[in-house]
Design a protein. Structure first.
Length: 556
């Protein structure tokens, strides 16, 4: 057995399937930054000759917390100023255009024109959407970037909400969700009424030209049961600009919102799903409950005019969450009636594939640790002992393949903090360590058959000095999954491809220096699709940044 796993050190398996193979090249742009706290909202549009990018800037303290507790820099000032940057495809900054009095609210009073989100329509027009308060009502407007790129055209009213007894925010917080095809857009806003134990909701679906398909104003009651209390909320960061994993707009024009609440007494979680659709006066509400299992990492998927809920499950009797397999529920997207519900229990062999890997980075770190862990799991399998998967995996995404199978991607994530004390007994200092370890790919059918499970032994250690380089680039191209991350342990940016039959290849594509790319921290999670074979991302350091273009070159 030892010989089998020692041989892994000598051989990295490569894809033999017919999928296209790529070699990414990275091109670093100019240095940018003016000594103020700045964060990127991201690419908001593109033409054949220019890339249109939006940033938020402000003086003073920097703030912003992501889902894993890391701080992202964005000036809070009184109002955060917004700027459009126009680049050519060589990443040369051609023009910077401020949005003027359209700003993001900071800690103090909101601006007169509060930025909500951006949108590029199919005619390549760039729209800035903002809200304002006047005469007892909240108004939502859109304004278009002019063709000369010198300013904005006259604003057009999208909607008007009366500020009444429910006390909708004078500067209401709107959010946007696009369908996968971008043919439909949903604008929504929630405002909680504590006394009435309800949430006032505004949900409107429009086509790509801002023509209204349907609109719903309704009240959603708070969910209260067994010590649970829940209200709808959409006050997530404006910096996400619509990138919210808890929402889904189907191609049929049905808007879904997924929420969860925690029992304060025992930390049990109840998930709640809401459906807003044309012709209904009120939202359909469905608690996702099961007396036998606990669920985590749940994702909404629009699949063949059905709504799928996919995640991991553990048996209820387990004190801790121990991953037993996959949970799949298929529902009618409007009424949320279940048509199929399956708990796909992993076999011992599948658990082995979940934890053991034949695939490593080209330049590896702590290989002996991987081999030791793999040998322990293999011995359990040999003795027919039960193999357990601990609760240290976070769910990244669910991808639908051309053969109509699903691929669910999860990653091992462990966190720890080190607190030192002073001689007087007080806290001297603290620092955190986060470990992003194995990537796991699970391919299965909607009927509940697991086709394969593949593990990639990555190891990425992030501390409070290197948190800008946390995360993972993960995209689907044709029937391959592409992933990329900076392995600071070996000063390499590492890239991998997962084929539809579960084979993985990996290689180093860029050598870092002192854990940085040309003096900047490489941010893998910032990359966005720009063209068919180009992705645009960032490298950053305090108050400065450099754009990075990744080109996928075909390998014969």
């Amino acid at each position: 057995m030892k010989q089998i796993f020692t041989s892994i050190l000598l051989c990295i398996l490569f894809v033999t399937a017919n999928a296209q193979t790529y070699h990414p090249t990275l091109n670093v742009g100019e240095k940018e930054g003016k000594g103020v706290a700045e964060t990127d909202i991201g690419v908001i549009g593109k033409t054949d000759t220019e890339i249109i990018h939006l940033t938020a800037k402000g003086k003073g303290v920097a703030m912003g917390i992501d889902p894993f507790g890391f701080i992202n820099p964005v000036g809070i000032k009184t109002k955060v100023e917004l700027n459009i940057h126009l680049y050519d495809y060589a990443l040369t900054l051609k023009k910077e255009l401020p949005l003027g009095d359209i700003k993001i609210a900071g800690l103090n009073n909101p601006p007169e024109k509060n930025f909500e989100f951006t949108y590029q329509d199919k005619k390549k027009n760039i729209w800035i959407i903002y809200s304002t308060n006047s005469k007892g009502a909240n108004h939502l407007y859109r304004t278009k970037l002019n063709e000369s790129r010198t300013g904005f055209e006259k604003p057009i009213l999208i909607s008007r909400q009366q500020i009444g007894a429910d006390k909708i925010n004078k500067q209401s917080s709107y959010s946007i969700e696009l369908s996968e095809s971008k043919d439909l857009m949903c604008i929504y806003s929630f405002s909680s009424n504590k006394k009435g134990k309800s949430t006032s909701t505004y949900v409107e679906v429009l086509d790509a030209d801002f023509n209204r398909k349907w609109i719903m104003y309704s009240k959603v009651p708070q969910y209260e049961k067994n010590n649970f209390t829940n209200k709808l909320d959409n006050t997530y960061s404006k910096l996400l600009n619509g990138k919210n994993k808890n929402t889904l707009l189907s191609e049929m024009g049905v808007f879904h919102y997924f929420n969860s609440v925690t029992d304060k007494k025992n930390n049990n979680i109840t998930h709640i799903l809401y459906s807003f659709s044309e012709g209904k006066r009120n939202a359909i509400i469905k608690p996702i409950t099961n007396d036998k299992i606990k669920k985590k990492g749940l994702h909404l998927v629009d699949y063949n005019k059905q709504l799928c809920l996919i995640g991991l499950y553990s048996n209820k009797e387990e004190k801790e969450f121990v991953i037993e397999g996959l949970f799949i529920e298929i529902m009618d997207p409007v009424l949320l009636k279940t048509t199929s519900e399956k708990m796909i229990k992993f076999t011992n062999n599948q658990k082995k594939d979940f934890l053991i890997s034949n695939y490593f980075p080209e330049t590896s770190f702590q290989l002996n640790k991987f081999i030791s862990k793999d040998n322990k799991v293999a011995k359990k399998l040999e003795k027919k002992s039960k193999i357990e998967i601990e609760n240290d995996f976070i769910a990244h995404n669910v991808f639908i393949n051309n053969n109509q199978s699903f691929t669910f991607v999860v990653e091992s994530f462990k966190e720890s903090s080190i607190i030192s004390s002073t001689t007087t007994g007080g806290v001297g200092s603290s620092r955190f360590l986060n470990y992003y370890e194995d990537l796991c790919f699970i391919n299965f059918t909607k009927e509940g058959t697991i086709n394969w499970v593949s593990n990639f032994h990555k190891y990425q250690k992030i501390d409070d000095n290197t948190f800008f380089s946390r995360g993972l680039f993960l995209e689907q191209k044709e029937d391959q999954l592409l992933f990329m991350y900076p392995n600071l342990n070996v000063d390499q940016i590492q890239y991998g491809e997962v084929s539809l039959d579960g084979k993985i290849k990996a290689k180093d594509i860029y050598t870092l220096k002192n854990k940085r790319i040309e003096g900047y921290w490489f941010d893998p999670g910032s990359f966005e699709l720009l063209t068919d074979r180009q992705f645009l991302g960032n490298s950053i350091r305090s108050f400065k940044k450099r754009m990075i273009m990744m080109d996928l070159k075909t390998v014969n």
